[in-house]
Design a protein around this ligand. Structure first.
Ligand SMILES: [Zn+2]
Length: 426
């Protein structure tokens, strides 16, 4: 890998203001694909879950998945977006072997949801509002596996395998407006935004949004403008970043790289970039000029989507409490500090604690069990709390039973749990 010149983070921020744009793809958890009845279940034999529609065979006609549309509307509403009264799908034309139709069915200038926002809370409690440009519906592509190359990429491969099981699985793409004014906290804002969005998606029950399973991935667009300027610089787009930490690292790396190029009198090339987990760097992908033309046009085989206002209002009424609001409410009810709440969140203990309290335990002992003994146990076994063979009802029963004095064990009080990210607890 070629060594990239970087400016120190502090020096970069002393001269420039970062502008970010985040594009997040979420794979919906529908049982069937977006435009056909094929199953979306993972783990099937390659190409077992395909049909003439998702293989793009001549004459096959798509039909819209109603749950897909409903999920998109729910996401739009939870992000405080307006919901289109009438919108269409569009064909995004390009050739790639993992897309047998030679176009992706997407939405272009008529997204189902637009003009929203998501408030995200940073680690010190500050709330930053990220404006949402749009959320639109589209379909996933198939999966290419390149054989023989050193890095799994197509370069140097002897041949490629194609699996179309994923082709046609519904995706929602959520695009922010340019995020300005975050300054040196831009990478933190990016991470907090993706984390909060993930919580929102999960609370709606429309996707598990597991980044490690590729159900949620983020493209990080970044550019710099000289301090005091209001003209955006040329941006780079780091594709398919698939963990929260990587989102933060990718933004940070690109700030330092752009600054180094600009400070030395160079120009930023508008391109896509690949992120590398091992050292947190990005490398050049494909040049992307402004004239990139997908020849979008309205999809003639699908009727427009015109969600009835009554339906939209019904979905709005059915929205769950937003995760940030719920967290703040629980924090107050449980009487814990921001920091404690953060470690409860990091440990994945919020829902188990809520369920234990519902099963009859008091908040303090529910918290003590899940964040103490059980967290330690889960940590040792490298499983999540919910994967432990103990239910909230069990914990409630144990915590409401009075025990004889534990004098013999009093010298070894439960240590604080050592979860992967409990560093913010100390
Ligand atoms: Zn199909």
């Amino acid at each position: 890998m070629t060594v990239t010149e970087l400016l120190s983070y502090e020096a970069a921020l002393a001269s420039f203001d970062p502008v970010m744009g985040l594009e997040v793809h979420v794979e919906l958890g529908t049982k069937t694909k977006m435009f056909c009845g094929c199953s979306t279940e993972l783990g099937a034999e390659p190409n077992a879950q395909t049909c003439p529609t998702c293989l793009g065979l001549p004459g096959a006609l798509p039909v819209v998945n109603e749950i897909g549309v409903e999920s998109a509307i729910k996401i739009g509403l939870a992000l405080h977006c307006e919901i289109a009264e009438w919108c269409r799908f569009a064909r995004k034309n390009y050739f790639y072997p993992d897309m047998p139709k030679n176009f992706q069915t997407s939405q272009y200038d008529e997204p189902i949801a637009f003009n929203g926002y998501l408030d995200v809370q940073l680690e010190d409690g500050e709330v930053f509002r990220v404006e949402i440009e749009r959320a639109h519906m589209e379909e996933d592509t198939g999966k290419s596996t390149h054989i023989g190359g050193a890095t799994g990429r197509i370069h140097g491969a002897s041949h490629s395998l194609l699996d179309y099981n994923r082709a046609g699985i519904p995706l929602i793409e959520i695009v922010t407006k340019p995020i300005v004014g975050a300054g040196d906290r831009a990478p933190e804002v990016a991470k907090a935004y993706v984390a909060e969005l993930r919580e929102v998606i999960r609370s709606l029950g429309v996707s598990e949004a597991r980044m490690d399973k590729g159900q949620m991935r983020c493209d990080v667009n970044l550019s710099l403008m000289p301090k005091g300027s209001e003209t955006f610089g040329t941006r780079s787009e780091t594709k398919n970043v698939n963990s929260l930490r990587s989102v933060e690292r990718a933004a940070r790396f690109e700030i330092q790289r752009h600054a180094a190029v600009l400070e030395s009198g160079g120009t930023i090339v508008q391109e896509t970039r690949h992120f590398h987990e091992d050292d947190g760097s990005t490398t050049s992908g494909r040049i992307k000029d402004n004239a990139e033309d997908y020849r979008y046009f309205p999809e003639p085989d699908l009727v427009p989507v015109a969600p009835a206002r009554e339906w939209v209002e019904e979905l709005r009424k059915g929205l769950p409490e937003l995760p940030r609001v719920r967290r703040n409410r629980l924090r107050e009810e449980w009487g814990v500090s921001e920091q404690e709440m953060q470690s409860i969140l990091n440990a994945g203990a919020v829902d188990p604690i809520v369920a234990t309290i519902e099963a009859g335990a008091d908040a303090a002992s529910a918290r003590k069990w899940w964040m103490g003994e059980l967290a330690r146990n889960a940590n040792e076994k490298a499983v999540s709390l919910e994967e432990l063979p103990i239910t909230p009802a069990d914990v409630a029963r144990v915590s409401t039973t009075s025990w004889p004095a534990r004098s013999s064990r009093a010298s070894s009080p439960a240590r604080a749990p050592r979860t992967r990210s409990s560093r913010s607890a100390v």
